[in-house]
Design a protein around this ligand. Structure first.
Ligand code: MSP
Length: 639
């Protein structure tokens, strides 16, 4: 089977925040789940870079729209890998491939007689990039932005949406899964019970030039929503690419309810008018709210995802987001809630299960999974039934895009294994010869259960899943749900590695004062007390500071502190050996920009020559690499 999933393409008028991260992580988890069950899967994300609000934001920043969109788009591309998001393509609507697809699409729809020239006057919200009817406004204000819309009247091109209204109603009714959850399908049907107005699909260049030209009239650019929706097929190489016939029939979009109408009404009608099959399913979720209000840049209550990640780690944030929000409904966000889930589900339930099981395996059975007991439990119908029902329910929930339910099932299983330890008391079973066979069964059950948990958790917590499999001596690159294969991998006589706790309990905030999480490794030395001696400017100028970009990062063999970095300084590449291994995964460093002392005398560390030094800040028991606030090219001077 194939699987194609898309996030909305995000506007580049704001940097990525928790709301964007949620949708993107849902899509990444779904893609990883589909890969786990063997589907040929493809995930798309990207940025929506045209339209009034982008042009206005660029003007506010005092730069050209293209410079502005390049800068913000890169912050999305930078963010997602930090949350283990592995998209297959990142599309930008200012790319040539997209402009070509939009022109072809527009011509096609026009050839079908579905575009006409006319005049329209209406109330327009720049924030939403759309016209509102009086009825849709709340006290005369845009319901999302709480700002008054502007009255705009002008000549434009229109798309005959009304013509396809009955077809769309029929399609939604015949395909009950087309829009889910059900409440959003009903909302769309209720909207469609009123006559559908035609859609204005152009903007005169005299008012706005930041867009894709209408191919048959260069005095106009394409309305941003008409341009943006087409991204979903541009990325598959429509009309000629091989990916289009391969993935499009299985296309699923994931969006929040703010953009239900363009996705549930405009887009299927656009596709139908162009003679293309419509997407398979639209999955609509609710809002993350802060103190009862939708989290959004315009309200100014967005949560900084990097601060959260710093404190809890990417897997914990992913787990929290997927577990806490009931897909389709709104959810209230607070650090306290993250902390509760982190401590209860991850540090306690999951962490203790692993630590107790692995430690007891070492204490009582030399760290090796008992192969005979593993075969015995595999033949036990009750245990097999428990595992197949768990996996069955998990799959069913993921297929219906209910990640919260899938995870709930997995954590119920975690709870049942913790209970098994309490009720069987392996420490007591280990005391007598006649209870040793039972001990072996219990330990085999725990370890096999943990391997299954690692696999089931891996779409949402990929680092944890992979690390758990590695500690069990299983190949993390080949995580599978095939129980027989897991058994075979577990009974090769390898010694299970206990390792450090996966999640350390985080502390509560004390009277609004943040208490840092316990350090993950020994804190770097604090600088000596008292102010450093004064230096003059000439002394400071002796430092040659430059922006660098990490091209490669790898551990230095036999060192627990050092990483070997290949750093680009623009004109040259340097090898720099840095004592930062305890604080960073090599993979997360690649692509990061940082500050380098370029004229430090070379020195040898563990047999490697280091040419320069990377600058880090230390505190709260950890290190932070200093990134430039804009992604300036490597080699840029620092002063
Ligand atoms: N550019 C359009 C989408 C075009 S798709 C062809 C757009 N961009 S956006 O930057 O405003 O992103 C909106 C999306 O971001 C929502 O649909 C949702 O996926 C995500 N979210 C933004 N804020 C959110 C919350 N507070 N809560 C949940 N999701 C949020 O609309």
């Amino acid at each position: 089977m194939t699987y194609y999933v898309t996030t909305p393409i995000y506007y580049v008028n704001a940097k990525p925040h928790l709301g964007h991260a949620y949708t993107t992580i849902v899509c990444d988890s779904l893609t990883r789940f589909h890969r786990l069950i063997g589907d040929d899967s493809f995930m798309l994300t990207g940025t929506d870079e045209h339209g009034d609000k982008i042009a206005e934001a660029a003007a506010r920043e005092g730069c050209s729209p293209q410079v502005y969109v390049n800068y913000i788009s890169s912050s999305f591309q930078f963010a997602w890998p930090k949350f283990s998001v592995q998209y297959d393509d990142f599309i930008r609507t200012t790319e040539e491939r997209h402009k070509t697809a939009v022109s072809r699409f527009m011509n096609l729809v026009s050839e079908r007689g579905d575009i006409y020239f006319g005049e329209y006057g209406g109330l327009y919200c720049v924030g939403c990039e759309r016209f509102y009817t009086e009825k849709e406004l709340e006290n005369g204000l845009c319901p999302d932005h709480k700002t008054p819309p502007k009255y705009i009247a002008e000549k434009n091109y229109f798309f005959r949406m009304g013509k396809y209204q009955d077809w769309l109603i029929d399609h939604i009714k015949k395909n009950p899964d087309f829009i889910q959850p059900e409440r959003y399908k009903n909302e769309v049907l209720s909207f469609l019970s009123e006559p559908l107005e035609d859609l204005c699909v152009s903007r005169p260049k005299s008012r706005l030039s930041w867009g894709i030209d209408i191919p048959f009239d260069h005095n106009f650019v394409t309305y941003v929503w008409f341009d943006a929706l087409i991204n979903y097929i541009t990325a598959l190489g429509w009309p000629d690419g091989e990916k289009f016939p391969r993935y499009w029939p299985s296309a699923e979009h994931v969006v929040a309810k703010d953009i239900l109408k363009p996705h549930a009404i405009f887009w299927p009608i656009m596709l139908h008018s162009a003679g293309l099959p419509v997407y398979k399913r639209l999955n609509v979720h609710g809002y993350w709210r802060m103190e009862e209000s939708k989290m959004s840049k315009s309200v100014g209550n967005v949560v900084d995802i990097f601060t959260l990640r710093e404190e809890f780690g990417s897997d914990a944030i992913r787990y929290f987001l997927m577990r806490e929000m009931n897909f389709g409904l709104d959810s209230e966000f607070s650090r306290e809630r993250v902390l509760e889930r982190h401590n209860a589900d991850l540090a306690n339930d999951f962490g203790n299960l692993w630590q107790r099981s692995a430690t007891m395996l070492h204490k009582y059975l030399g760290g090796v999974v008992p192969a005979t007991a593993l075969r015995e439990i595999a033949a036990d119908p009750a245990w097999s039934a428990q595992l197949s029902s768990l996996i069955g329910e998990y799959k069913e929930n993921f297929l219906r895009v209910r990640p919260q339910e899938a995870l709930k099932k997995v954590w119920e299983f975690v709870g049942s294994l913790n209970k098994l330890i309490d009720s069987e008391a392996p420490w007591a079973l280990a005391r007598a010869e006649e209870t040793r066979p039972r001990l072996q069964i219990v330990m085999a059950t725990l370890i096999k259960g943990l391997a299954v948990i690692g696999a089931l958790a891996s779409p949402v917590a990929p680092r944890t899943g992979a690390e758990l499999w590695r500690r069990l001596g299983l190949d993390p690159g080949r995580i599978t749900l095939d129980l027989a294969e897991i058994d075979a991998g577990l009974s090769r006589g390898q010694v299970v590695e206990v390792g450090d706790p996966f999640f350390l309990r985080a502390e509560r905030e004390d009277k609004g004062k943040k208490t840092p999480a316990p350090p993950k490794a020994k804190a770097p030395q604090a600088p000596p007390e008292g102010p450093a001696p004064e230096i003059d400017f000439a002394e400071f100028k002796r430092l040659d500071l430059k922006i660098g970009e990490i091209l490669e990062a790898e551990p230095v063999p036999k060192s627990d502190k050092l990483l070997k970095l290949k750093v680009s300084l623009g004109a040259e590449e340097r090898t720099i050996v840095a004592g930062i291994k305890k604080y960073f995964e090599p993979a997360e460093l690649v692509g990061q920009r940082l500050l380098v002392v370029a004229n430090l005398a070379p020195r040898e560390l563990m047999g490697l020559k280091s040419h320069g030094m990377v600058l880090c800040a230390s505190g709260e028991g950890t290190l932070a690499i200093l990134n430039p606030s804009r992604p300036l090219p490597p080699g840029s001077p620092v002063s």
